[in-house]
Design a protein around this ligand. Structure first.
Ligand code: ADP
Length: 333
């Protein structure tokens, strides 16, 4: 749990708009609920943008009230829908969006999404002066400036549940299973799932696969009496990597099967952790707008809710935690 920062109240927004954009993540609904109810509690009107930035561009905004966010806290996805919106990449379109919002007496925007969405949020804030607060909403946890993102914990737990089931079959049939997890070009899900799921090896995105080394390791495990193994593979730019690797291991004496978890990791009911994170960040985003802050993202740093300039978030890459790969290796022996 996190302390909610107490901020000076210098401004009373009339209306704010919520945008969920990019890939959906479990907990986005919990954040929407927290924003709507905190704002209404403070006398601020709330609109929801339909389908991410598309709703802003097409001026499709729906009024939200306490009842409209009832019974959504535990639901995956986003009730506001999400979309990829190429038009929003154009500065003149963003200028028009800001004009439309001001005409509707909107003086605050909260954007929940991944790196692309936060980049758009940063551009809108700097180019038009519209107050904008971003929240990191992605299962990938690949957002700079925060240790955690809304949806990461749920995705890790979903993948772990699948891995525990796969392990039963791997054990019964004395096989090697290569389980491919999501995470785009980052390896946060793979690292977490590999360590917590007891993987024999974790293959990070686009790493050079040392096939002879992997075979040697599996041979050694077999000699020690371990006749089934699980390898976690991060999705990368090569969509065939996992199945090709399974074929290569089979050719080298290890009955191997590939299992690609895919989109099951994106949906599902958010874990308690993600609900808490989303609720705390959502409520805090409203407080930051009331404190007159803009062009920031709220994240977690050293266990504290922290505001980071969007400039230091957008387009930045976040390094993987060190030591986890080696620890997973040691613990799997
Ligand atoms: P995510 O937010 O999950 O990283 P995307 O990268 O697809 O997902 O971005 C979501 C949306 O954010 C895009 O469809 C676009 O509307 C907006 N966006 C992304 N990158 C930019 C950019 N460089 N400039 C303006 N808007 C952007």
């Amino acid at each position: 749990m996190w302390n909610l920062p107490v901020l000076p109240r210098v401004h009373q927004p009339r209306r704010l708009v919520i945008v969920t954009s990019g890939g959906d993540s479990p907990g986005m609904n919990s954040a929407i609920r927290a924003i709507v109810r905190s704002a209404i509690h403070q006398g601020i009107g709330v609109l929801g943008s339909d389908r991410g930035y598309t709703g802003l561009v097409d001026d499709e905004l729906r009024p939200m009230n306490t009842a409209s966010v009832g019974n959504i806290l535990h639901r995956g996805g986003t009730v506001l829908k999400s979309d990829r919106c190429d038009a929003f990449r154009q500065p003149d379109i963003r200028a028009r969006v800001a004009r439309q919002l001001r005409e509707r007496q909107v003086d605050g925007l909260i954007v929940i999404g991944g790196d692309g969405s936060l980049t758009g949020a940063h551009l809108l804030a700097t180019e038009t002066g519209l107050p904008v607060v971003g929240l990191p909403g992605t299962i990938d946890n690949d957002i700079s400036g925060t240790e955690d993102t809304i949806g990461f914990d749920t995705a890790v737990n979903t993948a772990l549940e699948a891995i525990d089931r796969i392990r039963d079959t791997a054990h019964s049939h004395e096989r090697v299973f290569l389980v491919e997890v999501m995470g785009r070009s980052s390896g946060f899900i793979a690292l977490a799932v590999g360590l917590a799921g007891g993987a024999e090896a974790i293959l990070l995105p686009d790493c050079r696969v040392d096939l002879p080394g992997l075979v040697r390791r599996l041979n050694l495990s077999k000699r020690r009496g371990k006749n089934s193994s699980l390898l976690v593979v991060a999705e990368g730019h090569d969509p065939r990597l996992t199945s090709r690797l399974a074929e290569q291991l089979s050719e080298n004496g290890h009955q191997a099967r590939a299992c690609i978890l895919g989109h099951i990791q994106r949906g599902g009911s958010p874990t308690g952790h993600d609900r808490l994170l989303a609720s705390a960040l959502g409520a805090s985003a409203v407080d930051h707008l009331c404190a007159g802050h803009s062009d920031i993202m709220l994240g977690i740093q050293r266990g504290v809710i922290t505001a980071v300039p969007l400039d230091e978030v957008a387009g930045r890459s976040k390094p993987l935690p060190t030591g986890i790969l080696e620890l997973a290796h040691i613990l799997a022996n």
